[in-house]
Write a protein that binds this ligand. Structure first.
Ligand SMILES: *Cc1c(COP(=O)(O)O)cnc(C)c1O
Length: 578
C-alpha cells in the first residue's frame, strides 16, 4: 500500500504572509546551549521548532546569555549552590557583521548578534539572533549586560530589556528584514514597542507622537502574557525608568498609561501597544482579563514540540502504526488503536532508562515494577513541592498498599529565591526521614532539558501541585502526555483543559487549604491510582494510550503555532487583497 503524503514532504512557506519577528528573553534552542531557565524558554524553543516545521516566515531575537543559566549543585542536605555555565557562541552560531546601538542611562551601548539557524523538518529555516554587548568600546559593565539570564537586580534587568527590545528592533532593520508582525513573548520584550514608535517618528522626539503614530505601531504588535499574578509582572520604579530609559521616554510612557501603582509595568506597556494579546491557557486568559479589564485578551493554550518530547520508544511505536504524526500532530489521535502490550513495553524501556539515571546519579536502586511518581519544575513556593509529604503516615500506608512507592523530584530555585531554596532542603529532609523499605524518594540535581526528557517519559504518574491560579499553563505534564504518562494535578493552567478524570489522569480537587488539597491527592492515590496500577497492566496501558491520543494530539506546538498564525499574526480579516 502506498502511504498518502509519506515523508519526505515539502512545505511551501505560508503564502500571503509577511515576516514575523519573535522576541523572547529566553529560548531553549539546543540542549547544549544554556540559554534558557525553564518553562518559558522551553516553550519559546518548541514554538520556534514548530514554526520551522510549518514553514512560517519568522526570525527570532533573544540575548546570548554568555554565562548561561546556572548549574545547580545540592549537598546532602539539599542546600543549593550555583555555578555559571559559560558557553562559546562561536561553537554554535555565526557572528553577524551588523552593529547597532542603544542608549542606557547616559551611555551609548553597541550591540552585535550571533545567528543560529533552526532548521525545520522540511528544510525551512528560522534564524535566531542572540544579541550580545560583549564588545570592545563598551564599558566593562555594559559588556556584561548579556551575560546572565535573570541575574542581577532590577536595574540590570531593565538594561537587558532595552538591549532585547530596542536593540532587537534596530538589529532586525540593520539585518535588512522587513518585519510585518512583532511578537512579544512575555513582557520582557515590551520595549520593542518604544523602538518602533521612535522609528515611526523618524527618530524625532517621543512627545510628538500622535494617536495615528501609535496606531501604526499597534497594527504590527502582538503580545503573549505568561503571568497570572500581579507580583509576577515585570515592573520598574519611576526613578529607574527615568534614570535608565530617560526622562522623555518615561514621561511619554506615563502619559500613555503604562504605569500602574507608580511603576512602569511591562505587561501594561505591551498591552497598550498590541493589536492582539493572549494568555496561554483558557483560565489564564480569564484571570488576565480580570487583572487588565480594559483589554481584550484571547487564549491560545500552550503546547510542546512532539518530535522533541516523544521518546524514541514511542516514536518507534507510532511510526509502526501510523505515519505523518510529526508533520501533523492531529494524527496522534490514532494512538487509541495501539495494542496495550506495545504501550507497556515502550513505557518499560523509558522507565528503565530513567531508573538507570537515578542509579548513576544517586546510588539509589529503584525497582522498575514499583509505582513511580515524578515531580520536577522550578522550586517556587507556589508549586508546593512538599504537599505530598503533608501526612507522612498516610503516604507510607499508600506505599505499603501499593507494594512500594518511588518518588523522583528535581528542580532549581532561582539563586535569589531563598524560600525556594528552603523548599528543596525541606523535600530532601522529608525524603531522608521518610524513606524506608516501601517508600523511596530521590531529588535529582540540575533539572534541565535532558533530565526533563527522561523524567517526563519514565515515571508512571506526573504530579503537579500548584496553588491556584498561579500556574499560567505548565508544560511538563504535556511532555508526559506525549509519552502516555497521565497526570495527577491541581486543576490549574492547562490541566483544566486536559484532565478527563480516570481517562487522561486525575484531578486533585480544590480545597480550602493545603491540607484539604493534600487530602484529595492521597484520596486519588488510594482509591483510583494504586488500585488501577495493581489491578491489570492492560487497563493502565489503556489509560496511557488515551492520554497520548487525547492530550498529545492537542497540547502540542504544531496546533498552537497554527493558532498563532491564524488568530494572531494573520487573522483572515486583516489580509488585504493583492
Ligand atoms: C518543560 C520544562 C519546564 C516547565 O515545566 P512546568 O510544567 O511549566 O513547571 C521547566 N524546566 C524544564 C527543564 C523543562 O523541560
Amino acid at each position: 500500500m502506498q502511504p498518502i503524503l509519506s515523508e519526505p514532504f515539502s512545505y511551501e512557506t505560508f503564502p500571503n504572509s509577511g515576516l514575523v519577528a519573535y522576541f523572547s528573553m529566553e529560548i531553549a534552542i539546543n540542549p547544549a546551549m544554556p540559554t534558557y531557565s525553564g518553562g518559558l524558554g522551553v516553550l519559546a524553543g518548541d514554538t520556534l521548532r514548530s514554526m520551522a516545521d510549518l514553514g512560517v516566515p519568522l526570525v527570532a531575537f533573544s540575548l546570548v546569555h554568555r554565562k548561561g543559566y546556572f548549574k545547580q549543585f545540592l549537598d546532602k542536605n539539599g542546600k543549593q549552590s550555583e555555578d555559571v555555565q559559560p558557553w562559546n557562541p562561536a561553537d554554535f552560531c555565526a557572528e553577524e557583521k551588523a552593529r547597532v546601538t542603544v542608549s542606557i542611562e547616559d551611555r551609548i551601548v553597541t550591540v552585535r548578534c550571533w545567528r543560529y539557524d533552526m532548521t525545520g523538518r522540511y528544510g525551512h529555516v528560522v534564524p535566531i539572533y542572540l544579541l550580545d554587548t560583549d564588545l570592545d568600546g563598551n564599558t566593562g559593565w555594559d559588556r556584561g549586560l548579556t551575560d546572565h539570564l535573570y541575574g542581577g537586580d532590577t536595574n540590570y534587568r531593565l538594561q537587558q530589556e532595552i538591549v532585547l527590545g530596542m536593540g532587537g528592533v534596530r538589529m532586525a532593520h540593520a539585518l535588512g528584514y522587513q518585519v510585518n508582525v512583532y511578537h512579544m513573548n512575555e513582557g520582557h520584550a515590551a520595549l520593542l514597542t518604544l523602538a518602533l514608535l521612535e522609528r515611526q517618528l523618524g527618530g524625532g522626539p517621543l512627545g510628538a507622537a500622535t494617536e495615528a503614530d501609535i496606531e501604526q505601531v499597534r497594527k504590527r504588535c502582538v503580545f503573549t502574557t505568561h503571568t497570572p499574578v500581579p507580583a509576577g509582572h515585570d515592573r520598574f520604579s519611576a526613578e529607574q525608568s527615568i534614570r535608565i530609559l530617560g526622562g522623555d521616554r518615561s514621561a511619554r510612557l506615563e502619559m500613555m498609561g503604562c504605569f500602574r501603582d507608580e511603576m512602569l509595568n511591562m505587561t501594561l506597556l505591551a498591552l497598550r501597544f498590541s493589536r492582539y494579546a493572549n494568555g496561554v491557557a483558557m483560565q489564564h486568559a480569564s484571570v488576565s482579563r480580570a487583572m487588565f479589564p480594559e483589554f481584550a485578551l484571547d487564549s491560545i493554550t500552550n503546547g510542546v514540540h512532539a518530535p522533541t518530547w516523544v521518546s524514541e520508544s514511542f516514536q518507534n511505536l507510532m511510526d509502526a502504526h501510523f505515519s505523518s504524526w510529526r508533520r501533523d500532530n492531529l494524527y496522534l489521535r490514532n494512538a487509541i488503536d495501539v495494542p496495550e502490550q506495545e504501550i507497556l513495553s515502550a513505557h518499560a524501556s523509558n522507565k528503565e532508562a530513567l531508573l538507570a539515571e537515578v542509579a548513576r546519579r544517586t546510588t539509589l536502586v529503584f525497582n522498575p515494577k514499583v509505582l513511580t511518581l515524578g515531580f520536577a519544575r522550578r522550586a517556587a513556593t507556589y508549586k508546593r513541592a512538599t504537599l505530598m509529604f503533608t501526612d507522612p503516615g498516610r503516604l507510607l500506608e499508600i506505599a505499603t498498599r501499593a507494594g512500594g512507592l518511588q518518588i523522583i523530584f528535581a528542580g532549581k530555585a532561582h539563586p535569589q529565591d531563598d524560600p525556594g531554596k528552603s523548599l528543596i532542603q525541606q523535600v530532601v529532609a522529608d525524603a531522608a526521614r521518610l524513606s524506608n523499605d516501601v517508600l523511596h524518594v530521590a531529588y535529582l540535581e540540575n533539572y534541565d532539558w535532558k533530565l526533563g526528557e527522561l523524567l517526563t517519559a519514565g515515571v508512571d504518574v506526573w504530579v503537579n501541585t500548584p496553588r491556584r491560579p498561579y500556574e499560567a499553563s505548565g508544560t511538563s505534564g504535556m511532555k508526559a502526555a506525549m509519552n502516555g504518562v497521565p497526570s495527577l494535578s491541581i486543576l490549574d493552567g492547562w490541566w483544566i483543559e486536559g484532565c478527563i478524570e480516570g481517562f487522561t489522569g486525575w484531578a486533585i480537587e480544590d480545597g480550602a487549604d493545603d491540607a484539604a488539597e493534600a487530602d484529595s491527592l492521597y484520596h486519588k492515590l488510594e482509591t483510583a491510582i494504586v488500585p488501577l496500577f495493581l489491578e491489570a497492566p492492560e487497563k493502565w496501558a489503556r489509560l496511557m494510550r488515551n492520554t497520548l491520543a487525547f492530550n498529545g494530539s492537542f497540547f502540542n506546538t504544531n496546533r498552537m503555532v497554527k493558532q498563532y498564525v491564524r488568530n494572531a499574526y494573520y487573522p483572515v480579516k486583516l489580509i488585504e487583497p493583492a
